[in-house]
Every structure is written in C-alpha cells, then in structure tokens.
Write a protein that binds this ligand. Structure first.
Ligand SMILES: [Zn+2]
Ligand SMILES: [Zn+2]
Length: 190
C-alpha cells in the first residue's frame, strides 16, 4: 500500500475552494471504517531490482473519506497499491501519471460537491487510453490481495449520515469511468 494523499491534496482542495469546503488529510486508522471510493488508474512500474518496467491499466486508487455536512469539512486519505515484478518477484511501488491523478481528484471532488450541495458537475477528463489486453495478474496485484481491486462501492450507510441527498445521481456519477470494475464488495475491511 502506498499513501498518495499528499499527491492529490492540492487538486482536490482547489476543486473545492469555490464551494468553501475545507479539506484535511486524515490518518488512515481513523478513516478505515468510513466511506471509500475506488478508481481504476493507469500506473507505471520500474523494478529497482531487475530494471524491468511495465504499465498497468489495472491499477487501483482508493480514497477513504469522511464528510462533515454541517461544517462542510472533508477529511480524506488516498492510497494506491504495489505490483509484483514477474521477473524477479520483488514488490514495486507505482509511479503515477499526473493526468490520472488529476482525473481521479476531480472526479472525487465532484462527488463531494454532489453529496454536499446536490450539484452535478461534468468531468472532462477521460481515463488514460490503454491498449493493454493482458489478463490481470491477481496474485501480483497488491490491491487484489488486499481485496481493494475494482472496489467501486462505498459503504452504504451514506443515507444514514446525510439523509436523502441525491444518492441516486451520486452513484451514476462515478460509474461512468469505472465501467470495467465489477461490484465485488465486501463489508470486511482491515
Ligand atoms: Zn524485477
Ligand atoms: Zn488487482
């Protein structure tokens, strides 16, 4: 697991600035059982041990978050996951593409705006094109091992917290770029 909260903080904050939502990075232990959103993400890997490099279209980013509706405060943290080198079997940290980080930050910020204010913002950013057709190697994907790969659902008790706040449209918002994700979802988080 690789913490990328700091890498997306500025973009999320600037997206939410106009709405006066304050943003804070929170440590994961406090957020581990709050809400989460999963995003597919293109990642690049460079193995330090054997210098093999590869791209993965099946990278994953998970954003854990908590929204205080009364104070309009967002706490979040974000992580991505390592993959195992198929040549030397070392676990490698991903490099992130800036356009992918921006896309995910924007999508997430738009979801927050929708939850808080019921405003649906269109996103222009498209996922990075990928022609890779190799099957996903689940045993070499840390997200798979941790049960985070393709997670696109969030904890379903939003309604409990926020009442009937456009939850239907919120769901539609984040399905479009994640069409290859399945709805595998487990209530058990570590
Ligand atoms: Zn290697
Ligand atoms: Zn995976």
């Amino acid at each position: 697991m690789v913490d990328i909260s700091q890498l997306i903080f500025d973009k999320i904050e600037s997206e939410l600035e106009d709405y006066s939502v304050s943003v804070r990075i929170q440590n994961s232990s406090r957020l581990a059982r709050k809400f989460e959103r999963g995003y597919k993400c293109k990642l690049k890997f460079d193995c330090d041990e054997c210098y093999r490099n590869w791209n993965s279209a099946q990278g994953q980013v998970t954003i854990y978050y908590y929204l205080d509706k009364s104070t309009e405060e967002l706490e979040f943290n974000a992580e991505t996951y390592r993959q195992q080198c198929s040549k030397c079997l070392s676990w490698c940290q991903p490099e992130l593409y800036i356009n992918e980080l921006n896309r995910i930050s924007e999508q997430f910020a738009h979801s927050v705006i929708n939850i808080l204010f019921g405003i649906k913002k269109k996103s222009n950013a498209k996922p990075t094109e990928s022609k890779m057709t190799n099957p996903h190697q689940k045993d070499k994907c840390e997200a798979c091992i941790l049960g985070k790969c393709s997670v696109q659902n969030e904890k379903d008790n939003l309604e409990e917290l926020f009442g009937n706040l456009n939850l239907g449209s919120q769901n539609r918002n984040y399905i479009d770029s994640e069409s290859e994700s399945n709805s595998d979802y487990s209530d058990e988080y570590y």
